[in-house]
Design a protein around this ligand. Structure first.
Ligand SMILES: Cc1cc2nc3c(=O)[nH]c(=O)nc-3n(C[C@H](O)[C@H](O)[C@H](O)COP(=O)(O)O)c2cc1C
Length: 519
């Protein structure tokens, strides 16, 4: 992974579809090898199914699906297009048809798990073929599109918490030649080795968290690439992408560097001021008067210990100007990862209305601390940064007014019902942002549903792909939720205090400080 040593700037992965292929391509082609573009791998199946139902403007999805079929002699792409494409797009008030949820089943196809016998071998669970094919195809498509027309590097970002689709989307991305993988929101130990197995199309297993299992009982989802499309994807070995783990503190760096399986190739050291999800504070959760989790000196990484681990690292979270970039290099980092500055650039997938709303707040002089709050809204239980924009889920009245529904399910937990007389249990899925009764009926505590907001629907609306819901005799879009980092200095500077638009290439020039030579 020699190329990593030249990477000074990583455009951070921003889900869902904020860092889409257009943004990643704009970054990667600007300074090939120096600036890397990262596509988000989260929710791509849902995104692509919706783009097809919008009539696939520009024909990009269809081109990418066609490329998959051509390169590998399969019909997966065609099947997906035939199933979801609507010529000219759906009617504006028509609902999107959803991508199939990631439902796992035991071998017999039911949802009953027998009592664990004496032999507590791990129980295999399976996803439907249509789900795995869609995940592989959309992982391929997003990277294939991002890589068109330049020699720059493209990475893909994943959240470990969204554990089930990860391996299939990663495999699809590898089929398209992805250059790197970045995994955050959880400990990714084991995944670097899975990445290597997948280069030879070997079977990998995702061990699945299942709540209320018996002591010693475990579950896994096997993935054998030879079983997809009669093994046609497996004819040539794949190039291994670099693997970077997102961590906040030195302890996980040290543990992962000595992994029993395979160490990552490097780390993103992400501060809790970063946009998106953040690591929870060390120690017991203490909140301020506004309900924001409080961080302390214990949450600051020991950079000397990180350097001593001997693997390259990039600093993330509030590294928004050239001086901070130089400081990161002085700490021993290879470079920085930046999200928020890119999210507000014209190249990102964030819906223009939300870019304007944020720039308007900046123009008005709203302080960073008032514009972005750290919340416990995310069903993952991780802190999540939310921009305080009227009309979005940040607004209490919008949250109260929304009917809870869980129709996408990326953040669902899996669990087992109380045992029946014969000891068998039903496998269920639940989300703490779903209807409260449903959550409680699946052994959940009502307390854990408080504050939780539907990020799946919210984040899709943020990129203009929101579901249509019936309301007050008419229809409207699911309310959006916008995430940003705490430090908005870079956006303020690049947008001239909220007055001007800027592009990804301006962010790169601003950080690497060669504005004059780049124009
Ligand atoms: C809109 C937005 C969405 C994000 N989504 C993700 C994500 O899906 N996965 C992830 O690992 N990090 C995510 N991040 C974090 C970024 O990849 C990056 O590490 C972070 O933004 C760096 O801090 P900064 O915002 O201060 O530049 C997101 C950040 C933003 C601003």
């Amino acid at each position: 992974m020699d190329f990593l040593k030249n990477v000074r700037l990583i455009q951070g992965g921003m889900g869902v579809y904020v860092s889409h292929w257009r943004l990643a391509q704009a970054v990667a082609r600007e300074r090939p090898g120096t600036a890397v573009g990262t596509v988000s791998g989260t929710g791509l199946d849902v995104v692509y199914v919706r783009l097809l139902q919008l009539g696939d403007p520009g024909g990009h999805v269809r081109s990418a699906m066609h490329a998959l079929d051509q390169q590998y002699g399969v019909t997966i792409g065609k099947k997906i297009v035939d199933q979801y494409f609507i010529e000219g797009g759906k009617e504006p008030d028509a609902k999107f048809r959803n991508a199939p949820q990631h439902i796992v089943r035991p071998e017999n196809g039911g949802n009953t798990i027998p009592a664990p016998g004496e032999n507590k071998a791990s129980t295999p669970l399976y996803l439907d073929e249509a789900v795995t094919e869609l995940l592989i195809a959309t992982g391929f498509a997003e990277v294939w599109l991002a890589k068109q027309g330049h020699q720059g590097k493209i990475f893909m970002n994943f959240l470990k918490k969204v554990e089930l689709p990860l391996i299939y989307t990663l495999y699809g991305a590898m089929l398209a030649g992805v250059d790197g993988v970045i995994v955050g929101a959880g400990n990714p130990d084991g995944l670097p080795a899975d990445r290597t197995l997948l280069t030879q199309h070997q079977t990998v297993s995702t061990s699945l968290q299942v709540l209320y299992r018996e002591a010693g009982e475990s579950f896994h989802v096997p993935f054998d690439p030879h079983l997809v499309a009669d093994g046609r994807l497996t004819e040539k070995p794949l190039r291994p992408p670099a693997f970077l783990a997102i961590v906040s503190l030195e302890n996980l760096v040290q543990a992962l560097a000595k992994s029993q399986t395979e160490a990552p190739d490097g780390f993103i050291i992400e501060h809790h001021t970063a946009g998106g999800h953040n690591a929870p504070p060390q120690g017991p959760l203490v909140k301020d008067s506004e309900g924001q989790p409080q961080y302390s000196a214990e949450d600051e990484p020991d950079l000397a210990a990180i350097r001593d681990a001997g693997l390259p690292f990039w600093m993330a979270g509030g590294y928004s100007n050239h001086a901070q970039y130089k400081q990161a290099l002085a700490f021993g980092a290879t470079g920085v990862q930046i999200g928020s500055n890119f999210a507000l650039s014209q190249d990102s997938g964030l819906k223009p209305a939300y870019k304007s709303a944020i720039l308007d707040e900046i123009k008005k002089g709203t302080a960073d601390a008032d514009l972005v709050k750290t919340t416990m809204f995310s069903p993952t239980g991780f802190p999540f940064k939310v921009a305080q924009l009227a009309g979005t889920l940040a607004d209490e009245s919008v949250y109260e007014d929304r009917m809870r529904v869980c129709d996408i399910g990326l953040l669902q937990q899996r669990g087992l019902s109380k045992p029946a007389e014969d000891g068998s249990r039903r496998l269920f899925m639940r989300c703490s942002a779903a209807p409260v009764n449903g959550f409680v009926s699946k052994r959940g505590l009502e307390f854990n549903t408080e504050e939780r907001r539907c990020l799946c629907n919210g984040l899709l609306s943020t990129v203009g792909l929101g579901q249509i819901v019936k309301k007050n005799g008419g229809t409207e879009e699911e309310p959006a939720i916008v995430t940003l980092g705490n430090n908005l200095d870079g956006i303020r500077r690049l947008s001239r205090n909220g007055q001007a638009q800027y592009w990804a290439k301006d962010v790169i020039a601003d950080i690497l400080d060669d504005v004059r030579t780049s124009v």
